[in-house]
Design a protein around this ligand. Structure first.
Ligand code: F6R
Length: 232
């Protein structure tokens, strides 16, 4: 069961706490950081950019990337990371899956091998409304490694806010698998807002089911969750 759940209603304080956890990781010698995108991470990256944290000796791996979007597309995760973090806080090396690869299957395998070789010391995670982590949708095996995934309609709808219309939201993505995520030594989940309540409750419940990917985190010995949701 995930028992390090910190409820902090004030978002400013919550992101300060997240920054503190990341700073502690750096201080403890973490060198490989797994990173996430999405709305939840925007204020965190803003805080990191304003801080004096130095990642120039570190490597980053992003969780996922859409299939079919050019790196330069404003909604690609390559663009997101460049704009929100990397141009202010460069890492020694930063990796994201190549969503434009001619052979996505081979690209997923290449990414997994690289990830295994370096190994995440730390992994940052948001939570999907349906309980997804990375783009691992309900039903994904807990043993999964980096793979291609067809995005659920609900995920495309949730992400349509970043595009001109839902039709522009890609249908496929390359994502680290659940097993790839769980290999990280330390995991920080940030889940804000009522829409995440069901997923958060499941994560805490003690039940592990592949129908709610976030419940796989209960298998991990070192997960901290920061949330503004009170659950009994
Ligand atoms: C992002 C990712 C996703 C998001 C999740 C929450 O790289 O892999 O799992 O973390 O969809 O998204 P937001 O923060 O927009 O609610």
């Amino acid at each position: 069961m995930v028992n390090q759940i910190e409820v902090i209603e004030d978002h400013g304080q919550l992101y300060t706490r997240a920054l503190e956890i990341i700073a502690d990781q750096l201080k403890d010698g973490a060198k490989v950081f797994g990173l996430a995108t999405g709305g939840t991470m925007l204020p965190l990256y803003e805080e990191i950019c304003k801080s004096d944290l130095d990642f120039t000796q570190c490597t980053s791996f992003n969780l996922d990337e859409y299939v079919g979007l050019a790196k330069e597309h404003p909604e690609s995760y390559h663009s997101y990371m460049k704009e929100q973090l990397f141009q202010s806080k460069p890492f020694k090396q930063s990796f994201l899956p190549d969503g434009q690869s001619q052979n996505s299957q081979a690209e997923a395998q290449r990414y997994e091998e690289l990830l295994k070789e370096k190994g995440q010391d730390f992994q940052l995670l948001g939570l999907g409304e349906n309980g997804h982590i990375g783009f691992n949708e309900p039903g994904t095996a807990f043993t999964s490694e980096t793979h291609i995934v067809q995005l659920q309609q609900s995920t495309r709808e949730a992400n349509a806010r970043f595009f001109n219309s839902i039709d522009e939201v890609p249908s496929y993505a390359i994502t680290m698998g659940i097993h790839s995520i769980l290999r990280a030594k330390k995991i920080l989940v940030i889940a804000l807002g009522e829409k995440k309540r069901v997923a958060l409750e499941a994560l805490r419940s003690g039940t592990q089911t592949e129908q709610i990917p976030a419940t796989s985190l209960q298998k991990h010995p070192n997960v901290t969750v920061l949330t503004d949701i009170h659950i009994d």
